[in-house]
Design a protein. Structure first.
Length: 219
């Protein structure tokens, strides 16, 4: 049977057809803001849902989408997300039309990040100064900064937790309709609560600018 591709309920016969449809929408919109009152807001929510790093891109939740000129190639457009915490991030709409597989491992990772997002927000709001812990760059806005796990890394925290938990590791997940993120199911609340407690007792958070965060070795 021939495979179909979807952006929400919109059905496409090929990835190329999906890409062309999305390109026409973006080119017709031009530089603009797509907020929750915009007729195409739900389309962009469905579009970002197809991104393999969906939860990482939306962070704590979507405030609105906006389209800008690509700073490197101004004849092209770049799609952006303004998150509810005030931070800004770009995302490749073309990548969203490639329908990369989201594995159980990936979904578990995103649900574990969602579970601790309130504690990440708490850490952020407790900061009296926005300054990168590595290059010492300081600004007044959070737009160019991330909250990062510093020794142990987020992956190390996960692996250490997996080695000690007695709760079964979840394999299926729900989607939160408020923040459009992957979340644990109710039956996995013991795993979730144990993870949140373990994370808060063992994490070491820091502020990094985008440049330092991207250049930081991943382990």
């Amino acid at each position: 049977m021939k495979k179909s591709y979807y952006i929400g309920d919109l059905k496409f016969n090929t990835k190329k057809e999906c890409e062309e449809y999305t390109r026409n929408i973006i080119n017709n919109l031009g530089c603009c803001i797509i907020n929750k009152e915009h007729s195409l807001f739900s389309f962009f929510i469905d579009l970002i849902e197809n991104h393999p790093k969906h939860d990482e891109k939306i962070g704590l939740g979507v405030d609105y989408f906006h389209i800008i000129k690509n700073p490197i190639s101004p004849k092209y457009y770049q799609t952006m997300i303004k998150r509810v915490d005030g931070s800004n991030v770009d995302f490749s709409w073309v990548y969203c039309c490639q329908f990369k597989e989201r594995t159980v491992k990936f979904e578990l990772n995103q649900a574990m990040r969602t579970a601790i997002h309130n504690d990440i927000v708490k850490f952020r709001t407790q900061q009296t100064k926005i300054m990168c812990n590595l290059c010492k760059l300081t600004e007044e806005s959070w737009d160019n900064y991330h909250i990062d796990h510093d020794n142990p890394s987020f992956q190390k925290l996960q692996n250490n937790f997996f080695s000690i938990t007695k709760n079964p590791i979840p394999k299926t997940f729900n989607q939160d309709n408020k923040y459009y993120s992957t979340i644990f199911k109710e039956e996995d609340s013991k795993f979730k609560n144990e993870w949140v407690l373990y994370h808060n007792q063992n994490c070491n958070l820091q502020i990094l600018c985008k440049k330092c965060n991207l250049e930081k070795p991943k382990n």
